[in-house]
Design a protein around this ligand. Structure first.
Ligand code: CA
Length: 269
């Protein structure tokens, strides 16, 4: 696991409903619908998911599952294909491509056509029975991470969605609605482009990759100008001022905070 990913919750938080059940760590738990008519298997999957901290609902009938999925907002659906009522592929088709909840299909061994049709119909993944529970849990984590359910009214990238995009290993640094893309050498706030000089860009990157850490002027000077920089040390304050005028003032936010006598900090919350 990369060091960076330790700093961020692996599970994307989705709809933050004040009435939602919250785990002991304060995370909003993902709600998963398990559609499986083999009762023992369904119960086993439920126990394992609950043990991992997920909230679980179950159904053993395709028609009921379709109704549940249509009328509730789940974060993920595990969908068996061979089901009474309606089969899993038909449930998937009727949900349609615009349904926001990611679906992982549970398929029988060698049912290649089922897998292909399932993926065509919009499933994000499938797992072949019988499976090791660890594999199922891993696929669940991946699906929740890659396919967070869009919130009703959508488009809000500000606090929750964007955090999941923070990916320094790929040169993507995020703070609230601010995003710095190192490869594209591009900075945006709420999608609006911000033009920075190279030094401003470098300093912003240092701040975004050290969120919640108070950086001294010496540290900033070394990281931005190089350890052998000879010149005015107040150049750090000058660049901070430039960044504040282009970001804090331009968007009426408070990103770079002064820590008197020490330096500066960008707080993640
Ligand atoms: Ca079945």
């Amino acid at each position: 696991m990369r060091e960076d990913s330790l700093l961020h919750d692996e599970r994307p938080s989705t709809s933050v409903d004040p009435n939602a059940r919250v785990s002991y760590r304060g995370e909003v738990m993902a709600h998963i619908l398990v559609v499986e008519d083999e009762e023992k298997l369904a119960r086993f999957i439920e126990l394992e998911l609950v043990h991992e901290g997920y909230e679980v609902s179950k159904s053993g009938d395709g028609r009921e599952a379709l109704e549940l999925a249509t009328n509730n907002s789940y974060d993920l659906i595990l969908l068996d294909i061979m089901l009474p009522g309606l089969n899993g592929l038909e449930v998937l088709r009727r949900l349609g491509n615009t349904h926001p909840t990611p679906v992982i299909l549970l398929t029988a061994r060698d049912a290649v056509m089922d897998k292909v049709s399932g993926l065509d119909a919009g499933a994000v993944d499938y797992i072949t029975k019988p499976f090791a529970i660890e594999e199922l849990l891993a696929r669940v984590r991946v699906a929740l991470k890659l396919h967070p359910v869009k919130e009703a009214g959508g488009g809000d990238l500000s606090d929750k969605g964007s955090k999941d995009m923070h990916d320094p290993a790929n040169g993507i640094y995020v703070w609230k609605s601010l995003m710095l893309d190192e490869k594209k050498h591009r900075v945006t706030y709420d999608g609006k482009e911000i033009t920075l000089t190279n030094r401003e860009f470098e300093m912003l990157k240092v701040f975004l990759s050290n969120q919640d850490i108070v950086l001294s002027r010496d540290t900033l000077l070394e990281k931005v100008c190089g350890y052998d920089y000879v010149g005015e040390t107040n150049i750090v304050d000058v660049y901070v001022r430039f960044l504040r005028s282009k970001i804090d003032e331009a968007f009426d936010i408070k990103m770079i905070e002064t820590v008197r006598g020490v330096g500066y900090v960008v707080k993640s919350e």
